[in-house]
Ligand binder design. Structure first.
Ligand code: GLA
Length: 521
């Protein structure tokens, strides 16, 4: 039995033991993600701040970006979360309730969420833990934690980034847990992203609070990508490798790859570093005007496979050789290993990567897959010679067998299913939504969680790598009004057997006319 196989079989046994030890003592229950199964691999998506700052964020920009994300192939590569950053521009009305700015977001923040869900994308929103957001243009959550988290749930957010401006007298270790409680009370599953830029050292305590936490200051000022600042960010984030894992990630900020002023090699290097560090892959560039080179980099599925690996290990620097850094210690779900050789210097780097660097015996015969040229070499024993251009990288996957499976990448037609029922005699309605796996493993059927309302039933059928969720609504006996349910389904990655991030979507039912009357789609 390989070391890897031993670890995999040890996991269920360890879990069983933990369950047996007794309630409340399960250390794994300390993780926020244990409650909701969210973000078991690093979240992927797009946020506007790095490129646009606060202006001109509005509904049009977000919709155009969603379209660009789909058109460019980024959605199929796994990018899902999208929405406004501080340009969200809500205000608080006299009753204390958050209200949308209809001049900037004519559909309202709920309408924008519905649009995003209908595209098969998920909705990311922004707020602040203090009295105001950073520009002071918007109210923060302080003193309004419960009502604000209710508003984000009503707007159907799937992800909330909570900034740390205007927080005099507050501490991250108390403010964020309060917001977590408020968000859980609101009842909607949401990826919870702490953004205190490392203040309060969230990597030490935030795994039960959120799914990811910023480890560093902003990677750049809006519109001004900065290589030196990015290198500082990487150096700080690298040291925190031990804190990362499924459902709890170090976040070195949104990416700058693809922003104006960076070379192709720099874009590739930064993207590879984010993949290797198991960092959230939140693109920060203008997706509407990407070059072919940027699209190729951001949608490189083999690199993304390293980032989305179910084991969720954050790679780190295991050795330096002159100006080159050798990043490894990243075992992958199939027993292969990821290696990154990053040449930080101005001259060509020639490096020998040894099997020991990667965690294999010296005599092991190995296959080497180059994740940027998409070529495999080997089998070979001994050191692997790697030549890397200045400020460029070699991103490799090394395995004993000539097989490099990609972990699952889940892409949905839509995350919102809408029914209208009306009339006199009861009728059943069915609508389907398709969920595809763009990785290359065969998934078992998604398992829908119990607890759906009596008017809704869901069945799942499989055809190849597409699974179709059939949602059946029975409006009989329902009073006129609006009904809403969130469907949750779970699955496991078939090679490692590890749980995958839960799948969630919304079902809306509008019943008009006589209760239980005939219904129409
Ligand atoms: C902070 C965050 C940024 C962005 C801005 C908005 O600086 O770190 O990512 O959200 O606030 O003002």
């Amino acid at each position: 039995m390989t070391k890897f196989a031993r670890v995999v079989t040890a996991v269920p046994i360890a879990l069983l033991l933990l369950v047996c030890i007794g309630r409340g003592e399960d250390p794994a229950a300390k993780l926020r993600s244990d409650r909701d199964g969210l973000a078991l691999t690093p979240p992927m998506g797009w946020y506007p701040w790095n490129e646009f700052g606060q202006e001109p964020q509005n509904e049009e920009l977000i919709k155009q970006t969603a379209e660009a994300l789909i058109r460019s192939g980024m959605k199929d590569a796994g990018y899902t979360y999208i929405g406004p950053d501080e340009g969200i521009c809500f205000s608080r009305d006299a009753s204390g309730k958050l209200t949308s700015n209809l001049a900037r977001y004519p559909s309202g923040l709920r309408g924008l969420g519905d649009y995003i869900h209908q595209q098969g994308l998920k909705y990311a929103l922004y707020t602040d833990a203090g009295t105001h957001t950073c520009s002071k243009a918007m109210p923060g959550t302080k003193g309004h934690e419960f009502e604000d988290m209710k508003a984000f749930a009503e707007w159907r957010a799937d992800y909330i980034k909570i900034d740390w401006c205007n927080t005099t007298g507050q501490t991250p270790a108390t403010a964020y847990p309060k917001l977590r409680d408020a968000q859980l009370a609101a009842g909607r599953p949401i990826v919870f992203s702490l953004c205190s830029w490392g203040e309060g050292q969230p990597w030490k305590w935030a795994a039960p609070v959120g799914h990811l936490w910023r480890t560093t200051e902003d990677i750049c000022e809006p519109g001004k990508p900065n290589w030196a600042a990015a290198m500082k960010t990487v150096a700080a984030n690298e040291k925190l490798f031990a804190a990362a894992g499924p459902g709890h990630w170090n976040d070195p900020d949104m990416m700058i790859s693809g922003m104006r002023g960076l070379s192709e090699a720099q874009n590739r290097s930064l993207f590879s570093l984010w993949c290797m560090m198991a960092s959230p892959l939140i693109a920060g560039n203008d997706l509407r005007s990407m070059t072919e080179s940027t699209i190729k980099i951001l949608t490189n599925r083999e690199a993304i496979g390293i980032n989305q690996d179910p084991l969720g290990i954050q790679g780190r620097i295991v050795r330096r050789d002159g100006q080159a850094q050798i990043w490894a210690a990243k075992r992958l779900f199939d027993g292969s290993r990821a290696v990154l050789v990053f040449n930080t210097g101005e001259a060509l780097a020639q490096v020998q990567v040894t099997p020991a660097d990667v965690g294999f015996e010296e005599s092991t015969s190995l296959y080497v897959r180059d994740l940027w040229t998409h070529q495999t070499s080997g089998p070979q024993a001994g050191s692997i010679r790697v030549t890397v251009a200045p400020r460029d990288v070699a991103l490799l996957r090394i395995a004993k067998a000539n097989s490099f499976p990609l972990p699952p990448i889940i892409v949905a037609d839509s995350y919102r299913v809408v029914f209208h029922a009306s009339g006199k005699s009861a009728q059943e309605l069915t609508k389907a939504t398709a969920v595809k796996n763009k990785g290359n493993s065969e998934l078992a059927l998604w398992k829908v969680s119990a607890g759906l309302p009596s008017w809704l039933s869901v069945t799942v059928a499989q055809s190849g790598k597409t699974q179709t969720f059939s949602n059946k609504v029975t409006a009989a006996g329902l009073a006129k009004g609006h009904y809403h349910a969130v469907v949750k389904a779970d699955n496991r990655e078939p090679i490692s057997g590890l749980p995958m991030s839960a799948l969630y979507y919304d079902v809306d039912l509008e019943v008009s006319g006589a209760a239980g009357g005939p219904a129409s789609n």
